[in-house]
Write a new protein. Structure first.
Length: 537
């Protein structure tokens, strides 16, 4: 093992010690009495198994129903890609260009390739964990369905893990390339736009596979073996299952060769110029970061002008501008909302709901309004500088007011602008400004209600928790599933019953505002019980 690492230019002892420390930090609760999702807590582990296993169960059902291993393999790998992209973009992308530990480790010294190997190992570990928690249902289905075949099950496992490794390699290589190409001075500005572009491209590929290629295949109950499959990454790795099942043709073997070449090429790229210059670029980024921030300008605030609300507003703005982890975590949600809007427009879900002949199905655009602000709460509750939260416990600030202010800041800075944007889109789609404004307002009220419920369930001080990658990913995906089911049912009720009568519209709007207001005292009471007498640890 040492010889293999030495050939790659990686110090084995340093790699082992640093990687083990990072993984312990990811999964160990921060204190003896702290609540944390962790592999060391049974509840947290079961939550991860349940949430990620749901993706695998959905794929397993398709495998059992359909006997075409290429079609079911592509669908399974597409589900896996959705899961990994959501988790990696939101929780791991910023770690690749993070300079938090550079000042400590660089003087040891730690070589550039060792540094990159440590970061890659951390991403691969979490990728392997998520893949394992999602993969067991489809692997079992491939093994047992349509005749027991151990070889088919093993090939499915190989396809899923190889595909997940390819996604992780591609993410690290892409961010490493941006660090190398753009340099430290421009990276801070470019990275946010790149995160959104990567997400749009990745989710767009998922939509293409599931909606276009998938529909065509489902119509024939089989995936056509055509040359264009050579351009479809999930089909590259699904070829392993074809070959193991004894039905692999020249196309399957060509796709398998492409997958191996891609994995090998990215490994060479990471060992080559990216690995050689990685630490140097991190050092430049670390030296630029403190001087990148412009001096604080005194502006007359229109909102949140005093007390805890003003403090939280300044914190949120500062973290979003200068904290890569926070900014990339929030921007990772933008592609998902764009994806939902695209699907809603394409399927006719954004037709005027007040017109009798318009589509009355659940609107994915509305679902995006529901989960976006609630997921932002999770992003704004954790950061690398969480130890600075001692200031909440050493000043006269009211901690309950800080929690409530965080919710209000999210409503003002994120939910309201998004609702205004939707009102503009709906005006264009509905060709009726009144219907557009009412529908957008209802979506905003329901989104605010979801934010209230999320705050009541889990009140959090802003930026006071350590980032927990696996836990945050599981909690984020779990809340997305809950909101997508419960919120969509509520929106279907609103569109199909409330919108039939303007008196119902008025009554239901008043009811929503009343419920939102009535939740304020329970939120303050729960936050007070949790944080009022708590000491910083």
């Amino acid at each position: 093992m040492r010889a293999l690492f030495a050939r790659a230019g990686v110090d084995y002892d340093q790699w082992k010690a640093i990687s083990r420390t990072l993984l312990r930090a990811d999964f160990r609760p921060p204190g003896p009495n702290a609540e944390s999702y962790s592999l060391r807590t049974l509840g947290g582990f079961l939550l991860m198994v349940l949430i990620y296993g749901l993706f695998g169960v959905g794929a397993a059902v398709i495998i059992v129903v359909n006997s075409d291993v290429l079609l079911t393999g592509i669908v399974t790998l597409t589900y896996l890609a959705t899961l990994l992209i959501t988790a990696l973009l939101a929780q791991h992308s910023a770690a690749i260009v993070s300079t938090t530990d550079y000042a400590i480790l660089a003087p040891l010294p730690v070589s550039s390739r060792t540094f990159l190997a440590v970061r890659l190992t951390n991403v691969l570990f979490h990728t392997t964990l998520l893949t394992t928690l999602m993969a067991y249902p489809p692997i079992a289905a491939f093994t047992l369905a349509h005749g027991v075949s151990i070889r088919r099950g093993l090939s499915a496992a190989a396809a899923m893990y190889a595909f997940s490794f390819a996604i992780a390699f591609a993410l690290v290589a892409l961010y490493g390339t941006m660090l190398r190409v753009f340099g430290a001075a421009r990276l801070q500005k470019v990275l946010g736009y790149a995160q959104t572009a990567i997400g749009v491209f990745a989710y767009g590929g998922v939509v293409f596979v599931l909606q276009f290629a998938g529909r065509r295949a489902l119509a024939a109950a089989a995936m056509p073996r055509e040359p264009w499959l050579l351009l479809l990454p999930p089909a590259w790795f699904a070829s392993y299952i074809e070959i193991a099942s004894g039905i692999g043709d020249w196309n399957a073997w060509a796709r398998a060769a492409i997958s191996i070449a891609v994995l090998g090429g990215m490994a060479v790229l990471l060992r080559g110029p990216l690995g050689v210059e990685y630490a140097e670029r991190l050092g430049q980024l670390a030296s630029v970061a403190p001087t990148e921030s412009a001096p604080l300008q005194r502006r007359r605030a229109l909102l949140f002008t005093r007390d805890e609300a003003r403090a939280v507003a300044l914190l949120v703005r500062a973290h979003f501008r200068h904290d890569l982890r926070v900014r990339l975590g929030v921007l990772a949600l933008a592609p998902m909302t764009l994806l939902y809007m695209f699907i809603g427009v394409r399927d006719g879900g954004s037709g005027d709901p007040f017109v009798s002949n318009a589509s009355r199905a659940g609107d994915l655009i509305g679902v995006a309004v529901l989960f976006f602000p609630t997921i932002v709460v999770q992003q704004f509750s954790a950061c690398d500088a969480y130890r600075a939260a001692w200031i909440y416990f050493s000043t006269p600030a009211d901690r309950v007011s800080l929690i409530v202010s965080l919710r209000n800041v999210i409503v003002a800075f994120f939910l309201l602008p998004y609702v205004v944007f939707l009102a503009i889109v709906f005006t264009w789609r509905f060709e009726h400004i009144g219907h557009a404004l009412v529908h957008a307002a209802f979506l905003g009220l329901v989104g605010h209600l979801a934010l209230q419920v999320a705050t009541l369930v889990e009140p959090r001080l802003p930026f006071s928790l350590p980032p927990k990658k696996a836990a945050n990913s599981a909690a984020m995906i779990a809340w997305m599933l809950i909101v997508m089911v419960g919120g969509n049912l509520l929106l279907i009720f609103v569109v199909n019953w409330v919108y039939d009568d303007w008196w119902r519209v008025l009554a239901f709007a008043v009811a929503l505002v009343t419920v939102i207001a009535l939740l304020n005292p329970p939120i303050r009471a729960r936050s007070s019980g949790r944080y009022k007498a708590l000491e910083f640890s």
